[in-house]
Design a protein around this ligand. Sequence first.
Ligand code: GTP
Ligand code: SPV
Ligand code: MN
Length: 611
Amino acid sequence: MVDVDAALDEAGLKNSHVRDYVRHWAAITGAERIEVVSAADDARLIEESLAAGELWPAGEGLYYSRSYFKDTARSEERTIVATSDEADKGTYNNWRPASEMKPKLVELMTGASAGKTMYVIPYLMSPQGSPLEKFAAGVELTDNRNVVLQMNRMARVGVEYVNDLGDSFVRAVHVTGDLPNLGQGTPDDQRYFVTVADERTILHFGSSYGGNALLGKIAHGLRQGAYDGWKNNFLVEQFMLLGITDKVTGKKYNICGGFPSASGKTNLAMTLAPDALGDRYHVEFYGDDIAWIWVGDDGKLYGFNPENGVFGVAKDTNEGTNPTALDSILPGSGAIFTNVAYNSKTQEVWWEGRTKNPPADVDGWEDWKGSLISERTPEQADEPWAHPNSRFTTTLTNVPNVAGGYADPAGVEIHGIIFGGRTRDREPLIRAITDVAEGVYDGLTLGAEATAAADGLEGVLRYDPMSMRPFMSYPEADYAQHWLNVIGAATVKPIFAHVNWFQRGDDGRFLWPGYRENLRPLVWLMQLKNGEVQGVETPVGILPSKDELLLDGLDEQTLADLDTVLTIDNARWQQEIGYREKHLAQFDGLPEEIWVAHRRVADALEASATE
Ligand code: GTP
Ligand code: SPV
Ligand code: MN
């Protein structure tokens, strides 16, 4: 038997509850060695990973890794939220009884780390000293060194975060499993990604990538966090968080918001002011994927980013779309690239959209699976070099426009909450909503277009309430009520808005240039909140009039397309109302206030159609 106590003593891990937990799982998983890690171990672990061939150099202080090709960062169909109360069963949380799932996971994990090191990662998913800190501490146990390196970048890691906490930490156990033999995506899939929410225990088996393996981020930072928030009066959301400073007035506004995965949270949070507005506005980055939000003693709404790093989508990241992201992964940053293309001779990395065309000289280039590009058959010529969900991992301190106060335990005041999907028609550039119930209703009916034909009908959304569908941990009706309660308790209310950067013309082109230009509608929203502009009332919210948007520097085509992106297609909206009704009807016991908001919007659309 491995000497757990010796390893814990050596690391100064004194919390007896943590020690019992490590001992318990060391016995189950059968790990051969125990190693407690802290952020200070990163350089040594990097060297070990390079020597072991788990990581490759990708320039000075930059690293490259590959996940097993059948592994996925997230697997909704294998993800379960378990509790001991069937009333916790919702539409999207794949609820199962804890009594059924725990023995299953123990069985899968038994002996599954034999011969491996079990790393003990004490972590914190919040700035230190925050009022929500007691919900943010956890200890991940993992048998995978790369997971440690990822956690070191994405969370605050060290024994100091858990030594004085007693029993209030999340138990997060990750066992990789025998990746080539897990039947990923087949009828005998062996994987399970379980959050036992009422026991604050996370048990993930069968992956070593992304949210399936870095348990601080998604499993704790979102699923467990949301469940804890429900019971303790705060909100936990898949939201980006940014600050906009008006350099002329000196006023600062903070906006958070949810966009379904891969719909542009990272891009928006890292955005720079467009050149024409750069003298007036400055944008600061707080977070790109998660926000924890609460009402302070002064009645204002506050939020922080619980993460310490960015796990960003590589695809389409370039000087035009996201120069900030490129600056955050420069040599010396310690960034890790996963599943992009790699040149084993020059140690360069590349992904689709990094440059218009892939490198012309394919010598040394390997695709994300490690196959040489030069050996591709003509049929393989069109396959992407990088996986579409390839990512870069870098710490917040590397993000050039990270806000000075990003780690402030007091958080920042939230002035606006936005929702944004991917919709090729109907959704205007921005529509503001001042009523809280209508704002919550709008979040609940957020969605992104079904992409694959099999996913659904043209024009029908895959609804993704508040962008939390894959992370929902309790029933949607309770979730809606919880939102009404928390925001209702704020004496200074945020303004809501729905945004859409993805409307397309008949020829398929994007009608709005997006990216840096997205600052323009956000500035308008804050001006509306301040009463500096009036906007135009419509049945679905207040839209900017054309002359209210700051238009300096936009091209002719964009100016012409504004007529489309700033109008409401009433017939299309009425059709959408029908789809929404079915969507909301899935949630038993939805608060009446949400239905009232829905009917108010539906009636207003009908009235304006017959005007
Ligand atoms: P997760 O990390 O998966 O939660 O996703 P995310 O919401 O952070 O997504 P991300 O920012 O990585 O989304 C990237 C995708 O959205 C890329 O394909 C971008 O090119 C595209 N995108 C982002 N902003 C815009 C925009 O303003 N306009 C257009 N047309 N595309 C955009
Ligand atoms: C997402 O898929 O929304 C992510 C990446 O942010 S992962 O952590 O892998 O879930
Ligand atoms: Mn995400």
